[in-house]
Design a protein. Sequence first.
Length: 295
Amino acid sequence: MAVRLGINPLTWTNDDMPELGAETPLETCLAEARLAGFEGVELGNKFPRDPAVLRPLLARHGLALVSGWYGSRLLERDVDAEMAAAEAHVALLAALGCRVMVHAEVTGTVHGSRDVALSRRPVLDGAGWERLAARLSEMGRRLAARGLALAYHHHMGTVIQTEAEVDRLMALTGPEVGLLLDTGHLTFAGGDPAAVARRHAGRVVHVHCKDVRADVLAEARARDLSFLEAVLAGVFTVPGDGCVDYRAVLAPVAAAGYAGWLVVEAEQDPAKAHPLTYARMGHANLQALAEAFWR
């Protein structure tokens, strides 16, 4: 197939709440990711960041490195400073043969604060939009020179969260800023991931596949929960176990010629959602979708 299936280690151990899955060794995450059928993994907080150490570790499990999250502060510092801050991460991704860098602007973000409601997340003014778009564009060009596409990750609790904000970012930037289409975050934000896929399929350079439990989402909105409280309540699950219409989302992406990774990224409490069980479920459902659209 033209696409490959990967998984984020959030299934086993959480980056924003390290206490979730703290007892699970990295070896278990990698072994079970492969056992579930995945070809690659994204970075997590338990991964060594030395290419000479990480490369043989992944190879031992028959896994490729897909990408890894980078949170920028381009609203606060210029591109020279941001590239310097990102250098070790960029070098690791490039050394391991990654094609994209998962990128989100985290200035003022509330997604990692368990006691801060999502309604208090930062919102850009006109000057902020212009500054962020210009700096993202320049950073995208610099990353491209290193062999990496900037894959912008719209994310709950950040300055780019809603469908309208994704549209505006795409309008203010060119192809040097690619789109990471995240089905779960768009649904949580009240958007339509299929509509976004239809409008911006040509800009999609990475896909995160998480599903949403509609009943938990309704409660999270009604109670104005923080992002982490919503995660603990079980708002996210793996593809095929929630309300996202994946056929409608993936059809335009496939038609546009997407040939990257489809990544299961469904953070849950591993004490409630058995990691290997959900990894297998996510792989089976995503494999069927991939075979339907990327023969």
